[in-house]
Design a protein around this ligand. Structure first.
Ligand SMILES: Cc1ncc(COP(=O)(O)O)c(C=O)c1O
Length: 388
């Protein structure tokens, strides 16, 4: 089996969390239960009304057969209604929306719509890894756009050299942002549209966290931006909004040529989202908005508890207005890895090193708010004993 595997799999960078997982396993073998602020996977259950819908839709014989790759029209119509009520924009369910097996699937496959070998994608660093891995799998190169405190965690698109911008096919954005929790304004999106028009670049916006918000903040959709529907698409997910990570359901909406190309890729590589899961999605999108508000109150309380503790330990944190993540600057004398290791060693608590999301995550750690209130309380008590 030597030398027969493709570069695209051999070149995937080693996963920084492998070493951490090993340490957690060692602790577990010693009977120590590590509490993890690692993965952004909601601990809260899918609301029972949505589960009830699955129970009944699973008995419909038509749902036992192959789904259509573009998704159920009833789901796409509900997405369109949601876009209208939430963002005030018209998106045609017939040809401007497609169902996804989670946003991750659509993001990964989108690279195959644009990237030929040698092509460039503009990718934020730190960022959700699938933008660059999808690019790698399609044979392209990622030009990394640093997200830093100085640029407000927004790519400084004016500093991208024209020879790179001329060659680039796509720019990836993600607001509210993972891992930094940063947000983007409508003006920023307008600036991106101008840049994309100038260089003939598609804008692919990952909007998975628009519904997880605090302090009355309401993030815009990229698609609200004048001109966005001509050159962009937005990826969305029911995973975080409705605690549905396990069910795998998302959608892309936007320019009809982009949606059409995504359908070509998807219909040749997967057969779409199970229909019963999409019927859960219809139900979810019809849920009254107080369901989301109540859930956000739980996250807000967790956010404030965690930030208080981190501040008392000497970490600087800008409270996020949205997303599931706390992005904290580590105390002086530490790197993101050494701080994460120290917390794991001394407190049996995992906080993710920022470098796990890209080089520019150096000096930061990410804490996800998706663990139970009880676990958070225990973790914070353990962290009080941190000796640094
Ligand atoms: C920024 C971002 N995009 C996409 C996803 C994947 O979402 P889904 O569960 O819909 O595949 C995640 C999951 O953590 C994410 O953080």
């Amino acid at each position: 089996m030597e030398n027969i595997f493709a570069d695209r799999v051999n070149k995937v960078p080693p996963y920084i969390f492998v070493q951490i997982s090993r340490k957690i396993a060692e602790k577990k073998a010693q009977g120590i239960n590590v509490i993890s602020f690692g993965i952004g996977d909601p601990d809260l259950p899918t609301p029972s009304s949505i589960i009830d819908e699955l129970i009944s839709s699973s008995t419909t014989p038509g749902n036992h057969r192959y789904p259509e790759s573009e998704g159920l029209l009833s789901f796409r119509k509900e997405v369109s209604i949601w876009y209208k009520s939430r963002f005030g924009i018209e998106v045609n369910p017939e040809n401007e929306i497609i169902s996804l097996i989670g946003a991750k699937e659509g993001i990964g496959h989108a690279a195959f719509c644009f990237i030929d070998p040698g092509d460039i994608a503009l990718v934020p660093d730190p960022g959700y890894p699938v933008y660059s891995i999808g690019t790698l799998f399609a044979g392209g190169h990622s030009y990394l756009m640093p997200l830093t405190e100085n640029n407000g965690w927004l790519p400084d698109i004016d500093s991208i050299p024209p020879n790179i911008a001329n060659k680039a096919k796509v720019i990836w954005l993600n607001y509210p942002n993972n891992p930094t929790g940063a947000i983007a304004t409508s003006d920023y999106f307008k600036h991106v549209v101008k840049f994309a028009e100038k260089y003939n670049i598609a804008v692919l916006h990952d909007a998975c966290y628009t519904e997880i918000t605090y302090d009355g903040y309401k993030p815009p959709s990229f698609l609200e931006t004048p001109g966005a529907m001509d050159i962009g698409a937005e990826f969305h997910s029911l995973s975080k909004t409705f605690n549905m990570t396990g069910w795998r359901l998302g959608m892309a909406a936007g320019n009809k040529d982009i949606i059409d190309k995504l359908l070509i890729v998807k219909s040749n590589l997967d057969s779409g989202v199970p229909a019963a899961i999409q019927e859960m999605g219809v139900k979810a999108l019809q849920e009254p908005s107080n369901l989301i508000q109540e859930r956000n109150t739980i996250y807000k309380n967790r956010r404030d508890l965690v930030i208080n503790k981190l501040n008392s330990l000497g970490l600087t944190v800008d409270p996020p207005k949205a997303s599931l993540y706390i992005w904290a600057k580590v105390p002086e004398g530490f790197t993101s890895e050494s701080f994460s290791e120290t917390v794991l060693e001394q407190c049996d608590v995992l906080v993710s090193p920022g470098t796990g999301y890209g080089e520019n995550g150096a000096g930061y750690v990410r804490l996800s708010l998706t663990l139970s209130d009880k676990d958070i309380q225990t973790a914070l008590e353990r962290m009080s004993k941190l000796n640094i």
